[in-house]
Design a protein around this ligand. Structure first.
Ligand code: SF4
Length: 342
């Protein structure tokens, strides 16, 4: 597992709120989320679908479709991204922050060869000739492990496998040597062998390019293999955060413990890694009162349905949003929150 090297934050998300206006009223998909990513650091945002992690990633790049930032700030190198004009924002996107999406087929244009698309990405942000860009595109394809990269420049997305398309997306993301790579479930659509190769590739390239990475995933196995720090999301809130090694060894929130319990043991099928947590994330329109996790929490007691927990700061630069951490709380947390592997 990677070791943590504390560095000043490159990206700082402060008390972020994201709202969507619907015909039935406004709903909040992200409710007061804060975390940071340091230079060259890998931070994983983990949680089930509907937890707000992808919306948060899109909000960082001001790419919300139909939603808006209704509170808080996103600071990039100390600069508030919401205050930038379109031109400055375009400079940051792609030049400094690049995003890799879950489904490369929906991000690549089926009408153009992959070479054309990498060349376009290069020329959008750099003053280089077409010939130089094509040369660089071939180099990038080679770097991301594409077999026969020069010939592949002429391929169209449908002529490539899922893993190869994701390699093209990574090449496009790397085209301008970003300082931060945001990868949203980059391996979810791939089989386990290709997933391992892509994760390894991302790690190698991240070291080579000295980039930071914000990795969005639902898979604690991916977190364990890649991240320095982890931020656990549930129902639009951060419920736990800390160094990956600490969180995996000693989770301080019942939801994190449940995620870890749901992790398949090595050698078993990883297709449904979260199936073991009963119930599902509550819909935005019907958030329960009190702790948002209380309807699924095996440790809940009556107060959990009434009082909304705050994110308690814990030793070791950690935090957990659970009433069990209230000062003076007598419930025996350490005995209660434990995983099968602990
Ligand atoms: Fe469970 Fe209560 Fe803690 Fe919520 S506050 S996670 S319901 S113990």
């Amino acid at each position: 597992m990677p070791t943590t090297v504390p560095t000043p934050p490159l990206l700082q998300v402060e008390d972020l709120r994201v709202a969507f206006d619907t015909p039935d009223g406004t709903v909040e998909a992200v409710s007061g989320v804060s975390f940071s990513v340091g230079a060259q650091e890998t931070v994983a945002v983990v949680g089930e679908s509907g937890s707000g992690k992808t919306v948060t990633a899109l909000a960082v790049l001001q790419l919300l479709d139909g939603g808006r930032i209704s509170g808080g700030r996103v600071l990039w190198d100390g600069e508030d991204l919401a205050a930038l004009d379109r031109r400055a924002l375009r400079r940051v996107r792609g030049n400094e922050i690049a995003m890799i999406f879950q489904d490369p087929m929906s991000s690549l244009d089926p009408l153009y060869s992959v070479g054309h698309q990498i060349v376009e990405a290069l020329r959008l942000h750099r003053r280089i000739s077409k010939r130089e860009a094509r040369e660089r595109a071939a180099e990038l394809l080679e770097q991301v492990g594409m077999p026969d990269p020069r010939r592949r420049l002429a391929s169209f997305p449908h002529q490539l496998s899922g893993g190869q398309r994701q390699r093209v997306m990574i090449a496009i993301a790397l085209a301008c040597s970003p300082r931060l790579l945001i990868a949203d479930e980059p391996t979810t659509a791939l089989d386990v062998t290709i997933e391992a190769q892509i994760l390894e590739l991302l790690g190698d390239l991240q070291r080579e390019y000295r980039s930071a990475m914000l990795l969005v995933t639902h898979d604690m196995g991916v977190v364990a293999e890649t991240a320095d720090r982890v931020v656990v999301f549930y129902a639009g809130q951060v419920v736990e955060q800390g160094a990956t090694a600490d969180v995996l060894r000693d989770p301080q929130h019942p939801y994190t413990a449940a995620l870890l319990d749901a992790m398949p043991t090595p050698g078993t099928d990883r297709a449904q890694p979260l199936a073991a947590i009963p119930g599902s994330v509550p819909p935005l329109r019907a958030m329960p009162s009190g702790c948002r996790f209380h309807t699924r929490c095996t440790l809940a007691w009556d107060e959990c349905g009434r009082e909304e927990p705050v994110l308690h700061e814990l030793p070791g630069d950690r935090g957990a949003r659970c009433l069990l951490h209230r000062p003076g709380q007598e419930r025996p947390l350490r005995a209660a929150v434990t995983t099968k592997g602990a």
